[in-house]
Ligand binder design. Structure first.
Ligand code: ADP
Length: 418
């Protein structure tokens, strides 16, 4: 049941007592909140912060689970973009409807929601049903408000004692939410700043090449057409790299923040692999590379986003060609068992040193040691990994310096309809 009585800006259920605490208890609570506030403000990583908000919220309210949903806006519509906490593993933020959810109700009304009898509210709020692994019995949700703007919601589920949520719990959650909202805004600001720093740093090197090369050309009035062409080619390739970097970065940010939905449909992976082989045939020929598709057993159709899956395979084959040696080989292997599909892209290139294998999927990772290695944006593998993860899959790499690399991803065959 929703709250009816307004108390200090909170909506609370009629029968909830607002306990008057002794001064000692109030001081102890204040000290604890100060401690929590210090801990929140010193956590600058957003995911870590969200996890500790949930941990503290569930501990202080003596509840079994909880999550934080952050609000985002796209083309005028609100949606939730991030969840955290135990229950969050089973819920996609995009599946929490803004219109029908408890979280949406809290945001729209900017008020506390208390439900001690879930049976009556089940049909009203869609995310109760969307949490199949969590048998929801009771809920307490509060808005996260920073600088007078609602930025999301904290919800805790299933009070351990059967007495239901108390006025004390409501007070605690609202105090916690105020601290949490300020800390989330701070962490978001720092993440944003770090991201921009990273992008600017990465853009600096092609930008320096463009400026340097154009300055040399301008300073030489007698420049011959051969030098002019070489300078222009350099400028063109560096500007193309900058533009690819910006595009890839925007794409990665969209996927990371859940703003890209995987448009799943039944996909024939065998045909998709052949399409990618055909696409790269001219490029492979130019480098005198053999390009082959090995199908151990035809893959049955699977539910996936065909464009995104193609993007993954294009990126892996593109790399296998780019980082290969003349006269080498690139092979795609397809295999499957009853539950999983496995796709490997193998090359006979220079390989990746063991100490760098752990960071190849990191943003902006690029080998620095070989000037002749074609310069990319260093984001393709990060995007690839995010896409595979969005399909509930895994991706990994095996490599031997001087022998070649194999990038493999595996996708669930049966459980990919989510
Ligand atoms: P890029 O646009 O630079 O290719 P990626 O994220 O696709 O970005 O790859 C990151 C880095 O990983 C590359 O710059 C390269 O150093 C290394 N790498 C990727 N694939 C291979 C491969 N098949 N063989 C050797 N090195 C590779």
């Amino acid at each position: 049941m929703l709250g009816k009585k307004r108390e200090n800006g909170l909506i609370v259920k009629d029968m909830i007592d607002i306990n008057i605490q002794s001064p000692e208890v109030q001081v102890a609570r204040l000290e604890m909140m100060l401690e929590v506030s210090r801990a929140f403000n010193s956590t600058l990583n957003l995911n870590t912060l969200l996890s500790s908000i949930i941990e503290v919220a569930t501990q202080l309210t003596d509840t079994g689970a909880g999550f934080v949903l952050l609000l985002a806006r796209q083309e005028g519509d609100f949606y939730f973009e991030m969840t955290s906490g135990a229950a969050a593993n089973q819920i996609e933020p995009s599946h929490v409807s803004f219109e029908e959810s408890m979280a949406g109700w809290i945001v729209k009304n900017s008020e506390t929601l208390v439900i001690n009898d879930i049976q009556q509210e089940k049909r009203r709020f869609s995310e109760i049903e969307a949490l199949p692994h969590l048998e929801v019995r009771s809920v307490l949700g509060v808005p996260l408000i920073a600088k007078e703007k609602t930025i999301g919601v904290i919800e805790v589920f299933n009070k351990h004692s059967n007495s239901g949520f108390t006025g004390d719990d409501i007070h605690t959650m609202n105090t916690l939410a105020a601290q949490a909202a300020a800390a989330i805004e701070n962490a978001r600001f720092i993440e944003q700043r770090d991201r921009l720093d990273m992008v600017f740093n990465e853009l600096q090197s092609p930008m320096c090449s463009i400026v340097g090369s154009s300055q040399v050309m301008l300073a030489n009035p007698d420049i011959d057409s051969k030098e002019l062409r070489a300078g222009l080619e350099l400028i063109n390739s560096e500007a193309t790299r900058m533009s690819q970097m910006v595009n890839d970065f925007l794409d990665l940010t969209k996927i990371e923040t859940g703003r890209v939905q995987m448009e799943k449909q039944m996909v024939d992976l065998n045909a998709l692999a052949q399409e990618v082989i055909d696409l790269f045939y001219p490029q492979a020929l130019k480098k005198n590379l053999t390009l082959a598709l090995n199908v151990e057993r035809p893959i049955p159709p699977l539910s996936a986003d065909p464009d995104r899956l193609k993007q993954v395979m294009v990126n892996l084959v593109d790399n296998a060609i780019k980082y290969n040696c003349k006269g080498g080989k690139v092979e795609i292997f397809l295999s499957c068992n009853q539950v999983r599909v496995q796709v490997s892209v193998h090359d006979t290139g220079k390989g990746i040193p063991p100490k760098e294998l752990g960071v190849v999927f990191d943003k902006f990772y690029r080998r620095q040691d070989d000037e002749k290695v074609p310069q990319g944006a260093g984001l393709g593998l990060s995007i690839t990994k995010k896409i595979i993860e969005a399909h509930n899959g895994d991706i990994w790499v095996q490599s031997e310096v001087g022998a070649g690399s194999t990038f493999t991803f595996s996708l669930p065959l049966l459980d990919n309809n989510k």
